[in-house]
Design a protein around this ligand. Structure first.
Ligand code: T3D
Length: 258
């Protein structure tokens, strides 16, 4: 049983709650390991059709647990390769929707974790801090890639140089989050969105995630070709057959992610 995260699976939605509230869910090696295992399970199990990542208490995640770092420091290259990098890659490549339900501060690698989700629903108490420069580090865990794509190079450099907190409304304005809700409504708003996505054509969602990620870097001719390739796969899915039948029969579709 994991000790630093809570995993719940209700309907098609798996919710992983980072659970070290006393340190704003700072990531130690145990949490990194348990989170990675939970994500592997979410990616593997067909019954999981949407993943939600959130934090217990007043923080979402404060990044790397810094306790003990004044006395001794590991090789950060090795540590990132072994811990955060596989987690970020899994979030970006698992072919199902991932929602970060950002309940409070997301700092450092904790902000990177939120950015690695497909969608971000933020409490009005959420804030985002590229905190690395405060401790003399560079952004990691995908922030250099993900932040620049969301807000552009100029704003990304400003946020990383200054390490100034971005509040929820500013995050919405910048396109860092998809929606902001009153704090007391965060769970319900996330749950509604997650349930909606879990009932959707999740096979097609997975292919979309792959295609849109590929499209970020691909020239138009390659993107067109890749779309055609993935549409061939989607076009053979049971969900596509169901969607067409439901349209013609004037009824809501019942998708199963196949
Ligand atoms: O491989 C590698 O290791 C390199 C990878 C690095 C990735 C990174 O993420 S580097 C960045 C690490 N994170 C930080 O530098 C953030 C540190 N935390 C903060 O700056 C602040 O806590 C926040 C701005 C996030 C929130 O501030 P505030 O005022 O709301 O809360 P607080 O009072 O500072 O924190 C509450 C408690 O959590 C406090 O403990 P206490 O005094 O009640 O016993 C604080 O020490 C603890 N805490 C918060 N963040 C961390 C932490 N303890 C350990 N590590 C933390 N990251």
């Amino acid at each position: 049983m994991p000790e630093t995260i809570i995993v719940e699976h209700i309907g098609g939605v798996m919710t992983v709650t980072l659970n070290r509230p006393d340190v704003l869910n700072a990531v130690n090696d145990q949490l990194a390991h348990e989170l990675h295992e939970a994500l592997r399970q979410a990616a593997r199990e067909a019954a999981v059709r949407c993943l939600v990542l959130t934090g217990a208490g007043r923080g979402f995640c404060s990044g790397q647990d810094l306790r003990g770092r004044a006395e001794s420091r590991p090789s950060y290259r090795d540590h990132l390769r072994a811990t955060y990098n596989p987690i970020i890659l899994l979030l970006r490549t698992m072919e199902k929707p991932v929602i970060a339900s950002v309940n409070g501060v997301a700092a450092g690698a904790g902000m990177s974790l939120a950015l690695a989700a497909d969608l971000r629903v933020a409490s009005e108490r959420a804030s985002f801090i590229e905190v690395f420069s405060r401790v003399g580090l560079v952004p990691d865990s995908g922030s250099t890639h993900l932040l620049t794509r969301l807000v552009g190079l100029g704003k990304a450099l400003e946020l990383c140089y200054t390490a100034d907190p971005v509040d929820a409304q500013e995050a919405l304005r910048l396109g860092l989050v998809n929606r902001v809700v009153p704090h007391d409504e965060l769970n319900a708003a996330t749950g509604t969105l997650a349930a909606r996505l879990a009932a959707g054509p999740t096979k097609a969602y997975g292919l979309m995630k792959r295609a849109l990620t590929y499209g970020l870097h691909a020239p138009l001719d390659a993107a067109l070709e890749y779309e055609a390739h993935l549409q061939e796969i989607a076009g053979r899915s049971a969900d596509h057959g169901e969607g067409v039948a439901a349209f013609l029969e004037k009824r809501p579709p019942s998708f199963h992610g196949r």
